[in-house]
Structure formats: structure tokens, C-alpha cells
Design a protein around this ligand. Structure first.
Ligand SMILES: CC(C)(COP(=O)(O)OP(=O)(O)OC[C@H]1O[C@@H](n2cnc3c(N)ncnc32)[C@H](O)[C@@H]1OP(=O)(O)O)[C@@H](O)C(=O)NCCC(=O)NCCS
Length: 212
């Protein structure tokens, strides 16, 4: 059945996204830390940044001509074709993927967007045949820790006074080996569960190579 619903997709971050991305970073993190150097990161060959975007079902404007298009936009009659709802930053190391940053616009949270971004990280790590995925999180960030535990990350240690804004420690979290049968099974279940709960609002995930 055709639908007029806007759908959420994941795609690589581009330079033109940075104004919206920075706004989300400021609102979601709300800390005094300097922001992520996104321009530099977009040129870092060992990094991958992606955005979750909500797309209008009508990608093509419903009018003819640039002038009419501009007038409709000024009058607020046209929705933008895409709105950025969240982002994820990843670094590739020799055998590990590192989650550098993940954030979702506070007005769009609780829609399964961060879960979908982590599932994308898993796809990319699996495709690159990496061993596991690591990250650091503030012990006080209960919501993010629940999200990571949902995914299967486990606490593996503490980095003392890791965060420079308030001297807070970091909890280091690591997934099991990505090809461990239990973890493969868990991720299969999480993908199915996400599709069941949020499938109507998301475009189908990127196809990826099956794990050995
Ligand atoms: C953390 C953050 C990214 C989550 O984004 P989000 O899009 O709202 O998260 P999602 O809706 O995809 O899912 C998160 C949920 O997975 C949930 N979850 C955990 N176990 C689950 C389970 N068994 N079944 C279903 N959901 C589960 C988490 O509890 C959380 O939901 P809740 O807080 O409503 O309980 C967002 O709050 C944010 O941007 N925070 C500020 C930036 C930040 O702290 N980033 C992390 C830095 S380390």
C-alpha cells in the first residue's frame, strides 16, 4: 500500500548537513565540551559519520519552476525533503570499531533512532570484518547505558577523569566478538524486534554481508 508517511533513513553525513548536526549536538549533549570537529572528521579516512534523516515521501517538489519553488518554501508551503534527526560517528581501528559520538534531536528521542544507528554501526563493523565495537560513556548517562546494554555492550573498565568538562570518569564498554554465535543471534533478534516495533517509520536497513 502506498503511504504518505515520512520515513527515516540512514545515509553518510555530508558537509551540507553540519548546521543541523551541530544544532542537534548542542541540544542533545548540552555540555560545555567543545563540539566534534566534523569538517575534519568528514575528511578522516578512518572515520565514518552517518545521519538519520526523515524523508518526505514526495522527494520531488509538487510544483514547476525554481521561482515557484522558492516562493512556496518562503511561505512555508513546502516541507524540506529531508530533516536530520540524529547522527553517529565511528572510527575504524585495526580490528575494532569505536563509537565516537551518537546523538538524537531531543524532540525525536524514544523513536528507536539511536537503536537504528547502532544497528548500522554493527552492519559497518561486520562488513569491515572487525572483531568488536567499543565506546566510552559517562556513568551518570543512564539512558545511553541502557541503550548500549540493550545492544549487548558490556562494561569492561573505567577511565579515570576522562571527561574534561567535569572530570567525570568514563565507563568503557565493549561488545562480544561480532562473530560469536550468541551475539550473532542477539543482533538478529534485535533487528527483527526493531523492524517489528519501528518498521513502519524506517526505510529498510542497508543489506550487508552475512556473518560467517
Ligand atoms: C542516548 C540517546 C542517543 C538515545 O536516543 P533515542 O533515539 O531516544 O534512543 P532509542 O529510542 O533508539 O532507544 C533507546 C532505548 O533503548 C532502550 N532499551 C533498553 N533495553 C531495551 C529493551 N530490552 N527493549 C527495548 N528497548 C530497550 C533504552 O532503554 C532506551 O529507551 P528508554 O530510555 O525509553 O528506556 C539520546 O538520548 C541522546 O541523544 N542523548 C544525548 C547524547 C548522548 O548522551 N549520547 C551518548 C553519549 S555516550
Amino acid at each position: 500500500m502506498a503511504t504518505n508517511q515520512r520515513r527515516i533513513a540512514i545515509r553518510p553525513m555530508e558537509a551540507g548537513d553540519l548546521r543541523q548536526v551541530r544544532r542537534i549536538e548542542r541540544l542533545a549533549y548540552g555540555t560545555n565540551l567543545p563540539g566534534t570537529p566534523f569538517e575534519r572528521e568528514l575528511h578522516n579516512g578512518l572515520a565514518q559519520y552517518v545521519v538519520a534523516v526523515e524523508r518526505s515521501p514526495h522527494q520531488q517538489p509538487r510544483h514547476n519552476g525554481a521561482v515557484m519553488g522558492a516562493i512556496r518554501r518562503i511561505l512555508g508551503l513546502d516541507e524540506p525533503a529531508e530533516v536530520i534527526l540524529g547522527f553517529l560517528g565511528l572510527w575504524y581501528t585495526i580490528d575494532q570499531m569505536h563509537v565516537v559520538t551518537i546523538a538524537v534531536d531531543p524532540t525525536q528521542q524514544h523513536r528507536g533512532i539511536a537503536q537504528r544507528l547502532l544497528l548500522e554501526a554493527h552492519t559497518l563493523a561486520t562488513d569491515a570484518e572487525l572483531k568488536n565495537i567499543a565506546l566510552e560513556v559517562r556513568p551518570t548517562n543512564a539512558r545511553a547505558r541502557r541503550l548500549y546494554e540493550w545492544f549487548g555492550f558490556e562494561n569492561t573498565g573505567t577511565l579515570r577523569a576522562y571527561y574534561s568538562d567535569n572530570g567525570e570518569d568514563a565507563v568503557v564498554m565493549l561488545t562480544p566478538d561480532l562473530v560469536a554465535p550468541d551475539f550473532v543471534e542477539r543482533l538478529r533478534y534485535l533487528r527483527e524486534e526493531h523492524a517489528r516495533e519501528h518498521g513502519a517509520t524506517f526505510e529498510p536497513p542497508t543489506e550487508h554481508a552475512p556473518t560467517p
